[in-house]
Design a protein around this ligand. Structure first.
Ligand SMILES: [Zn+2]
Length: 227
């Protein structure tokens, strides 16, 4: 069987990320938590919580105010991206390597800013090509841990619940190797009362012989090395 890397990512910096992180740790999984400096409409993680999360998982930047980056002036986009990186680096005392685009929205100018700010990669919400990273600044996902309709890729197969979809895609990845990447939001899991479902999926993908469990940043490093 081909070598498989499993990674997970969780956006927006809700206090509920602590519950999610505990679940990941319980199953030996690694996560990257993308945290905006000033999240709206959620109870945010405190600085001490961010530091606690960073002990077991990776912290990535997600702008200051969660704007639509492709729709604002580049200078404003740069401030949003750069300031969120500095904010997290001051809390953690180490470099922040990963970024995720709010709403998955970016363009070439935004990508370039992200690169120039010193990130090694940036996560989108596009389906990843298995076993291949054509561009680390368009790092994709395998499955969205939600039946929500607020992202384009989910609209393509709304008839299939995300739990069997995740399992099916994972079974395929075990055979074919490459990368398997689940992405979601703890606030969304909570809104839809899907904690049990999420735990079943995490259990399903955990502790598989030969599978490497990694953060987003580690995954980009491993896949880039393989190129
Ligand atoms: Zn977000």
């Amino acid at each position: 069987m081909a070598k498989l890397i499993v990674t997970t990512s969780w956006d927006d910096g809700s206090i509920l990320d602590l519950k999610l992180a505990q679940m990941l740790t319980k199953y030996g999984l690694k996560g990257t938590f993308y945290i905006p400096k000033s999240p709206k409409n959620i109870t945010p993680l405190r600085k001490t919580d961010i530091a606690a999360l960073a002990a077991e998982h990776e912290i990535g930047a997600h702008t200051v105010n969660h704007p639509h980056l492709a729709q604002i002036p580049p200078a404003e986009a740069k401030t949003e991206i750069e300031d969120s990186k500095i904010y997290l680096e001051e809390i953690l005392g180490k470099k922040i390597k990963m970024f995720s685009y709010p709403f998955g929205e970016y363009n070439e100018a935004v990508k370039t800013i992200t690169k120039d700010c010193g990130f090694i990669g940036a996560r989108t919400v596009k389906p990843a090509q298995p076993g291949d990273i054509p561009d680390p600044y368009e790092f994709g996902i395998t499955v969205f841990a939600s039946n929500g309709r607020f992202h384009e890729m989910v609209k393509t197969s709304p008839e299939l619940d995300w739990e069997p979809k995740a399992q099916k895609l994972f079974d395929g990845a075990l055979q074919n190797g490459g990368m398997w990447h689940i992405w979601g939001h703890s606030w969304d899991t909570d809104n839809h009362k899907e904690w049990d479902k999420l735990e079943r999926v995490l259990k399903y993908i955990a502790n598989k012989p030969g599978v490497q469990y990694a953060t987003n940043g580690e995954t980009i490093g491993i896949l880039s090395g393989n190129r």
